[in-house]
Write a protein that binds this ligand. Structure first.
Ligand code: SME
Length: 166
């Protein structure tokens, strides 16, 4: 039985999901596994220029930057839920794909090179517990294929959340 190509998962996405499963199994702990996850995404996908994970803090009101990798550190290490593209995704539980960050009034600028962004919530027990945030230097770098893939990655990352994120 054949399927339409559009329904198939690109092979590089399946490979990355398997590598993350292996990294989680082999890492000495959840922080090391989450760090490996951002590196894997950054290193294997050229359009993922900056990759970070934000976790929801214990109060449930703020996102706190966890592991990240990319050319520069961000000044946005804590983002109130509801603020910015990151805070919007955490508030709604919906993946955000922004084709042109400079045309989105919610955008919190981090890097002058960023043109587009994707933010994918991480859920545990029906609640948003964190998110994957990826910045790109091309306009409209991300599409639904990235969203589908990153939502699968997010499901694998949920058990790695720190239980005491302050
Ligand atoms: N641009 C994000 C802030 C996080 S930085 O991209 C790392 C936002 O608008 O929420």
């Amino acid at each position: 039985m054949s399927h339409a190509v559009a329904e198939e998962r690109p092979v590089e996405h399946g490979d990355a999901l398997n590598l993350l499963r292996a990294a989680i199994a082999e890492a000495p702990g959840p922080d090391a596994a989450a760090q490996r996850a951002v590196e894997l995404l950054h290193d294997r996908f050229a359009h993922y220029d900056w990759v970070g994970i934000y976790w929801v803090d214990v109060s449930g009101t703020e996102l706190v930057l966890g592991p990240w990798t990319g050319p520069e550190a961000t000044e946005h290490t804590r983002i109130p839920i509801g603020v910015g593209i990151c805070g919007a995704a955490a508030a709604s539980g919906q993946t955000e794909i922004v084709d042109d960050v400079n045309a989105d009034p919610r955008y919190l600028a981090c890097f002058s090179s960023t043109r587009s962004e994707i933010v994918v919530p991480i859920f545990a027990e029906g609640q948003v517990v964190g998110e994957i945030d990826i910045d790109g230097s091309d306009l409209a770098a991300y599409d639904q294929t990235d969203a589908n893939f990153l939502e699968e990655m997010a499901a694998l990352l949920a058990p790695l959340r720190p239980r005491d994120a302050a």
